[in-house]
Ligand binder design. Structure first.
Ligand code: PRP
Ligand code: MN
Ligand code: MG
Length: 180
């Protein structure tokens, strides 16, 4: 396959991701099989947009979707400060909430979002992520549904970017570590 010139290799291919998404959707459906109100699935933009749409297409649980924008990395490779740019519109008090992320790295973003959302008294709140980088964690996060643990590569694709590039790649690729 022809890779974009900033991508050095494929870490997780498209087929492996697709079967993992199906597996996660089944596990999540089973987890929520007895809920009495539709699940509120909250995607953190921009990174989660592809994984979240692939995931909800495979789910049978009655659900609604909403989105938050909490950006921290900007165009650099280091996490600086988390800011909420767009909030959800759904009232989540008494509702079952599933937060969907593309990757949990230091855990700083999720910890901040969890604090904000738990103050609104959801009935339950769980976390689903496509990728997890446990070696980078500085802020503890309890992940309920995890796709893949990965080593400390900077990756792009399936919604993940480097300097806003590569989000559309249908696989997870390793980004070359050089000035672009
Ligand atoms: C990335 C990624 C996660 C977060 C993980 O988002 O999509 O949301 O960083 O990092 P952390 O666990 O160290 O907080 P980013 O801020 O780059 O915004 P984006 O989703 O728009 O790319
Ligand atoms: Mn993100
Ligand atoms: Mg990003």
């Amino acid at each position: 396959m022809n890779l974009p010139k900033g991508i050095e290799s494929i870490l997780i291919d498209k087929e492996t991701i697709e079967s993992k998404v199906t597996e996660l959707a089944n596990i999540i459906d089973n987890n929520y099989k007895d809920i009495e109100t539709p699940l509120v699935v909250i995607g953190l933009l921009k990174g989660s947009f592809i994984f979240m749409s692939d995931l909800v297409k495979q789910m049978q649980t009655p659900l609604q979707v909403d989105f938050m924008i909490a950006s921290s990395y900007g165009d650099s490779m280091e996490n600086t400060e988390v800011s909420i740019i767009k909030d959800i519109e759904t009232h989540i008090s008494g509702r079952h909430v599933l937060i969907v992320e593309d990757i949990i790295d230091t855990g700083i973003t999720l910890t901040k979002i969890e604090n904000i959302l738990s103050n609104r008294n959801p009935k339950s709140m769980k976390i689903c992520t496509l990728l997890n980088k446990p070696s980078r964690r500085t802020s503890e996060v309890n992940i309920d549904f995890n796709g893949f643990d990965i080593d400390d590569h900077f990756v792009g694709g399936m919604g993940l970017d480097y300097a806003q590039k590569y989000r559309n790649l249908p696989y997870i690729g390793v980004v070359k570590n050089e000035k672009l």
